[in-house]
Design a protein around this ligand. Structure first.
Ligand SMILES: *Cc1c(COP(=O)(O)O)cnc(C)c1O
Length: 351
């Protein structure tokens, strides 16, 4: 790998106390080009703009996928990743669906390690502080032929994040018209276009006072599938329920880790489809205790209520929340505060 270091770090100009998610990026980036049928030698260079031909395939046909992961620093300044093998596997799974060539494992891990070595000062200690890592790959070939590109760029950029207070209760609207994904489609892939297609319906929900949408199945809008860009969990009585993965559901690392931890703690779990009718009837019976989203960015995001057919349902606050218990457990593993019975932590050697 070729490494060109930044001449001067930008870090002293960053206000770490007032970070907004994903706005500031570290000093370096990882870049690898796929040309002539193979991935070339990767490089790390100072963070910078990239030049693209206006006819670049990605700008016209959206052939692009990405990942989201985090690096954490413990009390001894050791740096940890959380299940990075899962992100590696998933970006290739996403790539395959979008007809993008698989990325070599050694490049992915060397890239991450070298990048984190160079930019380690950007990771602050303390629970909630972390470095958000965004690997992505896109079709870079010039030309507007509607077919898979012959050239790609794989890039990794990093952005410091702090724990932030979300500013109040989150309400979600159950989708009755729009869909995020359909069977046979690309819902299970972290494909760029999936997110673009969410912005408009989400903006409509926002106008009606909901921060996010609970996506339902595209056929009948009956089964609850995901919460915005997160996987979704429900607690009915003391059972934790989540939707099974399928080609419409993103196979989240947080989701599968939460399921494992819940089982480890002796919480009863069910992986099965849950309908809006069951949600409403359990709310009416008073046995719907919690709803929350799960994903790398916020780990666990409690949902206070939901809207369906112009009616708003509001959950009561509870003391022994599964959402906070599971969040604490997973975060403690991520920040090396406790034993890691599942061997999920991955140490990044910085010396
Ligand atoms: C990334 C993502 C998730 C969460 O995945 P994690 O691996 O837990 O971060 C869930 N749903 C969608 C649609 C996503 O894009």
């Amino acid at each position: 790998m070729n490494i060109i270091k930044a001449q001067k770090s930008k870090i002293s100009s960053v206000d770490f106390e007032n970070l907004k998610f994903g706005e500031i990026f570290t000093d370096h980036m990882f870049v690898c080009d796929f040309i002539d049928g193979k991935w070339n030698t990767p490089k790390i260079i100072p963070y910078q703009s990239i030049q693209m031909d206006p006819s670049s395939s990605v700008l016209h046909y959206g052939q692009a996928v990405f990942e989201g992961m985090k690096a954490y620093k413990d009390d001894e300044d050791c740096i940890w990743l959380f299940r990075p093998d899962q992100n590696y596997d998933r970006i290739n799974k996403s790539s395959k669906r979008l007809s993008i060539p698989e990325f070599p494992k050694e490049y992915f891990f060397e890239g991450l390690e070298e990048l984190l070595k160079l930019d380690k000062d950007w990771i602050r200690k303390g629970i909630g502080n972390s470095l958000y890592i965004r690997p992505f790959v896109f079709a870079s070939q010039a030309g507007v032929q509607a077919s898979a590109s012959n050239a790609y760029k794989f890039i990794i950029i990093c952005s410091p994040v702090a724990s932030y207070y979300s500013g109040g209760d989150v309400y979600v609207q159950v989708a009755e018209q729009y869909s995020r994904a359909a069977s046979g489609g690309v819902g299970y892939a972290k494909a760029a276009g999936n997110y673009a297609a969410q912005f408009y319906p989400t903006s409509l929900a926002l106008k009606e006072g909901y921060q996010q949408i609970i996506w339902t199945d595209a056929n009948k809008h009956e089964f609850l599938e995901e919460a915005g860009t997160m996987n979704i969990f429900f607690r009915i009585n003391d059972t934790l329920i989540t939707t099974p993965t399928s080609d419409r559901i993103l196979d989240g690392v947080t989701r599968k880790s939460i399921l494992k931890i819940a089982e480890y703690l002796g919480i009863k779990t069910e992986v099965r489809p849950l309908s809006i009718h069951e949600l409403i009837s359990s709310e009416k019976e008073g046995i719907l205790k919690e709803i929350f989203g799960a994903g790398t960015a916020v780990v666990v995001s409690p949902i206070k209520g939901f809207g369906y057919q112009n009616k708003k349902y509001i959950l009561e606050d509870i003391d022994d929340s599964f959402a906070s218990l599971l969040k604490e457990k997973i975060v403690n593993i991520q920040y090396n505060q406790v034993e890691d019975p599942f061997q999920w932590r991955y140490e990044v050697k910085t010396t």
